[in-house]
Ligand binder design. Sequence first.
Ligand code: ADP
Ligand code: UDP
Length: 239
Amino acid sequence: MAAAQKMNQLYEGKAKRVFATADPGLCIVDYKDDATAFNGLKKGQIAGKGVINNRVTNHLMRLMERNGIPTHFVEELSERETLVKKVDIVPLEVIVRNIAAGSLSTRLGLPEGEKLRSTVLEFSYKNDELGDPMVNDYHIAAMNLATKEEVAIICDYAMRVNEILGGYLKTAGVELIDFKLEFGKTPDGTIILADEISPDTCRFWDSKTGEKLDKDRFRRDLGGVEDAYREILRRLLGE
Ligand code: ADP
Ligand code: UDP
């Protein structure tokens, strides 16, 4: 395929910019080094993050495709840019949890690191102004955020991504604590996995030491942020 050219910017988010291409069915995502946390209250930069998140996301999207999960991934164009299928994002953050951490620990009083007896799936309504509030199937139906059928497909894919990703990361000595996915709809209504899978959107702990290798190092001022992102790149891609 001839390398796609960036046209007008469609959107600038906290971590990525999205550009149109000559093909209305495709867009280019461009990963930034900007980092935010706590709904944008904490802002900073993580040097080299954009390059790492682009590489790691594409590597993991390819892994999903090989395992039968349809994704938006088309082609890595450069260190920071990837051509993807343009979708209508389902306005839900789909959160999958294996081990208690973060907002789940705070909300339910479960110590961080406690293994959950079964996988937990949560939805948040993707809305920055409201701070991405948690919603359930009833809210999703009442607000027409997705149909029942779409929610069933999203749940099935999210659980399968958890199995595939968790198993793969174990081989790299990384425990998959929790993560966030976004799904989108292609023009024919097909649900596919979109956005990113990276240390920005997952909690990765070293299997042996429990060391945090993800954005919690930035959120919680733990230091060694860049090193943690680089370590994930090294373990997954050998770079
Ligand atoms: P945010 O919007 O939360 O600040 P980002 O900075 O990551 O997040 O911005 C990327 C935006 O692009 C997100 O809103 C995401 O939902 C959207 N997006 C991701 N993949 C696609 C895609 N394939 N087609 C259209 N939009 C996408
Ligand atoms: N997450 C994300 N984007 C968000 C909220 C959460 O990528 O807007 C990810 C986060 O990195 C973690 C998981 O989803 O891997 C669960 O996050 P949690 O609800 O614990 O929120 P946090 O503690 O990050 O506020």
